[in-house]
Design a protein around this ligand. Structure first.
Ligand code: MUC
Ligand code: MG
Length: 373
């Protein structure tokens, strides 16, 4: 039987409005830019994936424009003519010829998995070895930058039973003002919610030592990436001394980073992100390193739309333990969809479809409308 070949690859930049500005330490998002990947195969099946980042080049090494350019000029050409059903061989070919570029590779790997799932009539989770759950707990990020507004937003989420875990983005402001903001929100929500912070590397070790102690003593459950990803000594010391557990996010830009963080004891939780590992299969290698090292897991996001969110979710539902839940809320931050049926959020959980592939269909009209011209 002749192999099914990859015939055409497209990367489409899509600009979508957000429900409100989303304030991170390094950037305030006024909208979100998705990069949608389409992989057309010789059997007529098309796989879809997503290679989305946050804030242009403010967050990671790849921007939407560089992702598209590198797929158009390099990665796409490496895949066209290859066996569409052999995802190991396709991704190996990319890894041999192209360093890094994990965001671009993640979208391509997701699209190949989606196509193969559609071909075999299986959800992506089953291609990844099989799911052990059908839904995932989802945190919400409070990032309006205003304490009263954030409390109001959290109360609404609790009322409608959409989220009971809240992540607060801090680090842009003066540290004592940030601590006051976090503690006020925790006091308002009390035991009804888990409150966590993400500092996005904004503190130095001297600030972080004191701030982590205050946060832990005031009931904050988790502290994400308090200091620079390259200060390994500081991360180890904080992980030993902070009363609240430290989670690595920006520190993980590859599966190898995850191994060295685990070996050094530099974090007790890993944020798993398909984009920063090179795809849904790659992120499971990081998860396996963490499991073996006794590091707990959290399903992270780069605030992708529906496609990247479900590509992540299909990987996360295969995990043995996801102690800290997920933050797969990206589609809920957007006011518009480019798929025909939006992912379903119910009772604090995201439901992961059992239909073939990722379980999503592009809405061609809406995609064409929002695609960057
Ligand atoms: C990050 O640093 O974790 C994930 C959720 C959110 O609000 O921001 C992102 C990025
Ligand atoms: Mg983070």
């Amino acid at each position: 039987m002749s192999p099914i070949l990859i015939e055409r690859i497209q990367a489409i930049i899509v600009d979508l409005p957000t429900i409100r500005p989303h304030k991170l330490a390094m950037h305030t998002m006024q909208q979100q830019t998705l990069v949608i990947i389409r992989v057309r195969c010789s059997d007529g099946i098309e796989g879809i994936g997503e290679s989305t980042t946050i804030g242009g080049l403010a967050y990671g090494n790849e921007s939407p424009e560089s992702i598209k350019q590198n797929i158009d000029s390099h990665l796409g050409a490496l895949l066209v003519g290859q066996d569409a059903a052999n995802i190991n061989a396709a991704m190996l070919r990319l890894d041999k010829a192209a360093k890094g570029n994990t965001f671009a590779k993640s979208g391509l790997e997701s699209a190949l998995l989606d196509a193969q799932g559609k071909r075999l009539g299986l959800p992506v989770s089953e291609l990844l070895g099989g799911r052990v759950r059908d839904s995932l707990e989802v945190a919400w990020t409070l990032a309006s930058g205003d304490t009263a507004k954030d409390i109001e937003e959290a109360e609404r989420m609790l009322d409608i039973r959409r989220h009971r875990i809240f992540k607060l983005k801090i680090g842009a402001g003066e540290v004592n003002a940030d601590l006051k903001h976090v503690i006020a929100i925790k006091q308002a929500l009390g035991e009804r919610a888990s409150v966590r912070v993400d500092v996005n590397q904004a503190w130095d070790e001297s600030v972080a030592m004191r701030a982590c102690r205050i946060l832990g003593d005031n009931g904050i459950d988790l502290i994400e990436q308090p200091i620079s990803r390259i200060n390994r000594g500081g991360q180890i010391r904080l992980n030993q001394r902070s009363p609240a557990p430290i989670m690595a996010d920006e520190s993980i830009e590859s599966v190898e980073d995850a191994f060295s963080l685990a070996a050094d004891g530099a974090a007790s939780i890993f944020a798993l992100k398909i984009a920063k590992n090179g795809g849904p299969r790659a992120v499971l290698r990081t998860a396996q390193i963490a499991e073996a090292a006794g590091v707990a897991l959290y399903g992270g996001t780069m605030l992708e739309g529906a496609i990247g969110t479900l590509a992540s979710a299909h990987a996360f539902v295969t995990l043995n333990k996801l102690t800290w839940g997920t933050e797969l809320f990206g589609p809920l931050l957007l006011t518009e969809e480019i798929v025909t049926e939006a992912p379903v959020y119910r009772d604090f959980q995201l439901e992961v479809p059992r239909t073939p592939g990722l379980g999503l269909t592009l809405d061609e009209e809406r995609l064409a409308f929002f695609a960057r011209k």
